[in-house]
Write a protein that binds this ligand. Structure first.
Ligand SMILES: Nc1ncnc2c1ncn2[C@@H]1O[C@H](COP(=O)(O)OP(=O)(O)OP(=O)(O)O)[C@@H](O)[C@H]1O
Ligand SMILES: [Mg+2]
Length: 283
């Protein structure tokens, strides 16, 4: 399997490493702290509870995947963490120690629908610079964009438009945007769901590399069991109606992981069975 390690700088040299000293509230090592989180749509008698009593935390630099059947509330939960949707009264959601009441600083949402999140009239480099314009002087902005495009292997496509790129490349532009903004937390909703197997594996390895090198914390939603095990430190299973966290499955596989060798490990195969049974039941 193709590896991309040469494209990403080491920790010390990595310009995209988050400035942890400026991140407040990291004393307890928790990036997210969710207690008794509920979500309901509609109000009164027509209200429909989607999530109930969801309690978990995510540690600094942890890679946590959320899995569960379609419609259980994974996207909804990610939106609550990202401050894009309100939870019911009584829910407690904290990011870096502070209550979430809007998109928290340093947190980037990567949506599945990458085509809709790129602006077709802007070049790749101007899509990557989108969140930084007006916040940085031009030379620093250009340097950040160049470094981010280098990391995802798209430096030579910077003057192309999104519609001139393949789906996998467009997804990489989204990743580059998060890197340029020096996101310390990535919330990713099925980011590789619609890609072919080869592109998916390449992007999984890029994400693994970025996670290792930048120290970012990742909360990742996927329907792909192998992908969740391959990337994660822990897998949370949402189940029930309303849904809650039915299982938290640690993934203690050595890192860095390899598309072939890791997936042949007996522990990988055992985890695949555990996660499968946790999602679909063993009946
Ligand atoms: N804005 C909304 N208004 C009303 N109901 C909603 C809204 N958004 C989501 N829902 C409902 O909440 C439930 C959970 O939706 P959500 O998108 O979080 O599920 P999911 O686990 O991400 O599913 P999938 O795996 O198919 O992406 C679904 O029943 C959905 O119909
Ligand atoms: Mg979803």
């Amino acid at each position: 399997m193709q590896r991309v390690s040469t494209r990403v700088a080491s920790q010390d040299a990595n310009p995209a490493a988050p400035d942890r000293a400026s991140d407040p509230g990291r004393g307890d090592g928790l990036v997210f702290d969710a207690r008794d989180v509920g979500v309901a749509f509609g109000s009164g008698a027509a209200a429909r509870r989607i999530l109930r009593g969801v309690t978990f935390d995510v540690r600094d630099h942890e890679f946590v995947s959320i899995m569960g059947r379609s419609g259980t509330g994974k996207t909804t939960l990610l939106k609550v963490l990202g401050g894009l949707r309100d939870a019911t009264p009584g829910s407690v959601v904290r990011a870096n120690g502070a209550p979430v009441d809007g998109p928290p600083e340093g947190v980037i949402f990567v949506f599945q629908d990458y085509a809709a999140s790129l602006l077709p009239w802007r070049t790749i480099e101007r899509n990557v610079s989108l969140g930084l314009e007006g916040r940085l002087e031009r030379p620093e902005l250009e340097q950040r964009v160049t470094e981010a495009l280098d990391m995802v292997g798209l430096a030579d496509r910077r003057r192309d438009y999104p519609w001139e790129l393949s789906g996998g490349m467009q997804q990489r532009v989204q990743l580059a945007r998060s890197l340029a903004m020096r996101a310390s937390v990535l919330l990713m909703d099925e980011p590789f769901g619609s890609l072919d197997a080869m592109t998916k594996a390449t992007l999984q390895d890029e994400l693994q590399q970025v996670h290792g090198d930048t120290g970012a914390t990742v909360v990742f939603v996927t329907h792909d069991i192998d992908e969740a095990i391959y990337l994660s430190d822990r897998i949370l299973i949402l189940d029930g109606d309303p849904a809650t966290i039915a299982r938290s499955i640690p993934v203690d596989l050595p890192r860095p992981r390899d598309q072939l060798a890791t997936k042949e490990l007996p522990d990988f195969l055992a985890l695949r069975r555990t996660v499968y049974e946790a999602i679909v039941g063993d009946a």
